[in-house]
Design a protein around this ligand. Structure first.
Ligand code: DGL
Length: 266
């Protein structure tokens, strides 16, 4: 395995890229952030599927060996369609990986889940958690304001703290011991969430993906430093700043038009 494609609606999937680069530094990564169509979390199922299909088609132009769907919303709604439509390409979604790690971490089998509206409404996490362990209790909460706060660069601002407190209080009242951050944007809010829920194990999609890759794929590391290409469908104000702060490296942001994305460019 040499090259992988990763997509998300925005900057959030880079939290997964960060973990992958830490643990598999030799991999070449092509990242697509579909910033022009963000947020996915409030869209209908058919739209999320359409967007996920076009993102996948774009990444396949780069001869990637694997596609990481670094968007919980796409993973919850579109993964099955992607696997059927592109049956020669292996995909890694966020749901199974996140559920597996959460079940490893929970002591009292009380798991909280936060995510976009679409992810929570899909019931995908709850189904997967209960399929793996029928004794677990799952407490869910859609937290739709988190994505715009992160994309605006407000992750560490007090406004995020106030919003997070409001969202997390009902879950903490249920005495959860583990919280799945069921959206790849949310690890950027980790310090804020940790301050509100210091005793809860936080499950990020990035960590969960790395564990999943280690357990399920035979990726042979070598000394080469892998490349990172970052494409976005719109150059939004804070993307580069948030991305570079997160990755701790300079990135070269490339804009990709829908014409080129869909192969219709003259
Ligand atoms: N980061 C994405 C997720 O993991 C989606 C955020 C959004 O576009 O609503 O769910």
């Amino acid at each position: 395995m040499k090259k992988i494609g990763v997509f998300d609606s925005g900057v959030g999937g880079l939290t997964v890229v960060k973990e992958i680069r830490k643990h598999f530094p030799h991999l070449d990564i092509v990242y697509l952030g579909d910033t022009a169509r963000l947020p996915y979390g409030d869209k209908s199922e058919s739209t999320i599927i359409d967007y996920s299909l076009s993102n996948t088609k774009f990444l396949l132009n780069f001869d990637v060996d694997l596609i990481v769907v670094a968007c919980n919303t796409s993973s919850a709604i579109a993964l099955e369609t992607l696997e059927k439509k592109f049956c020669k390409t292996p995909f890694v979604g966020m749901i199974k990986a996140g559920a597996t790690l959460a079940l490893k971490k929970t002591k009292f089998k009380k798991i909280g889940l936060i995510g976009t509206r679409a992810t929570i409404m899909s019931g995908a996490y709850k189904k997967e958690l209960l399929r793996m362990n029928k004794d677990v209790e799952v407490f869910e909460k859609a937290t739709p304001l988190f994505v715009p706060l992160v994309e605006e660069g407000f992750a560490e601002d007090e406004v995020s703290f106030i919003v997070a407190k409001k969202y997390l209080s009902p879950l903490l009242e249920k005495k959860i011991d583990t919280l799945i951050l069921g959206c790849t944007h949310y690890p950027l809010l980790m310090p804020t969430i940790k301050a509100i829920a210091p005793d809860v194990s936080l499950i990020s999609s990035g960590r969960a993906t790395v564990e999943f890759l280690k357990e399920n794929l035979d990726i042979k590391a070598n000394n080469k430093k892998g490349s990172l290409e970052v494409f976005v469908t719109d150059i939004t104000t804070h993307f580069k700043e948030v991305a570079e702060k997160l990755l701790q490296e300079k990135i070269n942001l490339e804009h990709i038009s829908y014409e080129r994305m869909n192969g219709n460019e003259n």
